[in-house]
Design a protein around this ligand. Structure first.
Ligand SMILES: Nc1nc2c(ncn2[C@@H]2O[C@H](COP(=O)(O)OP(=O)(O)O)[C@@H](O)[C@H]2O)c(=O)[nH]1
Ligand SMILES: [Mg+2]
Length: 222
């Protein structure tokens, strides 16, 4: 049974690569409908707590970056000879256990009426420069999401369709709202990383714009 059926779907990650695991809330457009707009601290805090648990649990986790309803985790196994890879790189284990741990912790902390679900996917990136680009890409998405959330808290959807980012900034300005003055983590996202000189994990709520301060990601990436 194992050979004929289970092993046929056994997919294993290559060794000594950068591995990204991304968790994303399922249907959060609906789940978050009644939450604080434009930005919910309750939602962000529960996501951060769930991400901290995964950072502790995932072997080889270096840091995690989160925004909106998602968190991306970077895993590596090449800093030491014979460093282990989480679940020996078994993809089905990695995606299912990461999603279930994250989902369990999130729901316990968030303590809502509806059950939130999260999907998980795994990506393999061979080049360090491409890993940087991946996190730049997620942060660009964070800023775009953040502006859209702010704009839709002040204008009906119909008035925003087809508007450029510059036009959204102007519309907000007309109501005395300035996106630049929002909390830094709601504009740029958050990072879970090891505290300096300790094994404990902490959330950094004041991360820079990755594209402007290259040193920040550089220090996090092996
Ligand atoms: N009210 C509120 N909603 C949020 C917040 N952060 C994320 N969301 C919602 O979460 C959705 C996440 O987008 P996405 O993953 O693309 O859509 P999904 O497929 O519906 O989960 C956004 O469209 C928002 O509706 C927040 O801070 N407050
Ligand atoms: Mg989602």
């Amino acid at each position: 049974m194992k050979q004929d059926y289970e092993d046929a779907f056994r997919l294993v990650l290559p060794r000594r690569s950068y591995v990204v695991v991304r968790i994303d809330g399922r249907g959060f457009h609906t789940f978050a409908r009644d939450l604080e707009r434009p930005y919910s601290r309750r939602l962000a805090d529960a996501l951060d707590q769930a991400a901290m648990l995964l950072c502790q649990e995932m072997i080889g986790c270096r840091f995690a970056y989160g925004q909106s309803d998602e968190y991306s985790f970077l895993l590596t196994d090449f800093e030491k000879e014979n460093a282990p890879l989480w679940f020996d790189g078994n993809v089905q284990k990695i995606v299912s256990v990461s999603a279930s741990l994250f989902t369990g912790r999130f729901n316990r902390i968030f303590n809502g009426d509806a059950i939130a679900a999260f999907d998980s996917r795994v990506l393999v990136v061979s080049q360090r420069a491409e890993v940087k680009k991946y996190f730049l890409w997620r942060q660009l998405d964070a800023s775009a999401n953040s502006l859209n959330m702010l704009a839709s808290a002040h204008y009906p959807h119909a008035e925003l369709v087809g508007k450029s980012n510059a036009e959204k900034h102007e519309l907000l300005f007309a109501k005395g709202v300035n996106w630049a003055k929002q909390a830094p983590d709601f504009k740029r996202g958050r990072v879970v990383r090891r505290s300096a000189g300790s094994d404990a994990w902490e959330v950094d709520l004041t991360i820079p714009v990755f594209g402007r301060d290259a040193a920040y990601l550089d220090a996090l990436l092996p």
